[in-house]
Design a protein around this ligand. Structure first.
Ligand SMILES: [Zn+2]
Length: 119
């Protein structure tokens, strides 16, 4: 086996993104429009925890810790450009945001089904 079997020679030819490229891509991802969901307004409690309380004030809550969430791998074409990098970061952020919203919505729905059936 040679290096080319693994595409290492191709990797060596990739244009290395600069720090400025990453920072610009991150800024663009942060400025992307937020995903619109029907999530209730959370409380922000100690330790970076985002707490969603039951809308019927029964004492139940669902906690999320966004800072503990790991970013997944970015999918990039072999000859990626800084635009591809930016798009991949934005796309990954949208996927995480949708997964977060879905997790919270499912937790709330499961709670209502169990504690407040028919509401
Ligand atoms: Zn409740």
């Amino acid at each position: 086996m040679s290096d080319s079997d693994f595409g290492l020679d191709a990797i060596a030819r990739w244009p290395a993104p600069t720090v400025e490229d990453y920072l610009r891509a991150r800024r663009e991802a942060e400025q992307a429009p937020p995903v619109v969901t029907a999530l209730p307004m959370p409380d922000f409690v100690r330790g970076g925890i985002v707490r969603y309380r039951c809308l019927l004030d029964c004492g139940w809550f669902h906690d999320e810790n966004p800072s503990a969430e790991r970013a997944g791998p970015l999918l990039l074409p072999v000859d990626f450009t800084t635009e591809d990098l930016s798009a991949a970061i934005t796309s990954a952020a949208e996927v995480r945001s949708k997964a977060y919203a879905m997790r919270v919505e499912q937790a709330i729905a499961a709670h209502f089904e169990e504690a407040h059936p028919g509401r």
